[in-house]
Write a protein that binds this ligand. Structure first.
Ligand code: F3S
Ligand code: F3S
Length: 112
């Protein structure tokens, strides 16, 4: 899967969303997250991010490796303010933005 890492936090440019052929990039409050079961590894999102937040999982810079599990956690785990895991909704556009983030993202100081 591809992964959205820390540079997206508090930036949320959203250029990636328009490129994704399977609509698997979901919006939280401070960051976007790629649904790893829905991403087909096409790579279209990666070059359009102006802050280079998107990486193939094996290419994540070491400091941002936690974002691999963290993107998955946005979908597979209960979050503060959203007790039911989101799972695999099959498309982000119809859902809009969520007013929650993962604990990792929520715990970051203001970025940028
Ligand atoms: Fe974030 Fe870059 Fe997409 S800033 S919303 S990952 S284009
Ligand atoms: Fe979509 Fe990027 Fe995956 S464009 S399919 S999230 S590689």
């Amino acid at each position: 899967t591809y992964v959205i890492a820390q540079p997206c936090v508090d930036v949320k440019d959203r250029a990636c969303v328009d490129e994704c052929p399977v609509d698997c990039i979901y919006e939280g409050q401070r960051s976007l997250y790629i649904q790893p079961d829905e991403c087909v590894d096409c790579g279209a999102c990666e070059p359009v991010c102006p802050v280079e937040a998107i990486y193939y999982e094996d290419d994540l810079p070491a400091a941002w490796e936690p974002f691999l599990d963290d993107n998955a956690a946005f979908f597979h785990e209960a979050l503060p303010g959203r007790p039911a895991p989101l799972g695999s909704p099959g498309g982000a556009a119809k859902l809009g933005a969520f007013d929650v983030d993962t604990p990792l993202v929520a715990g970051l100081p203001p970025q940028g």
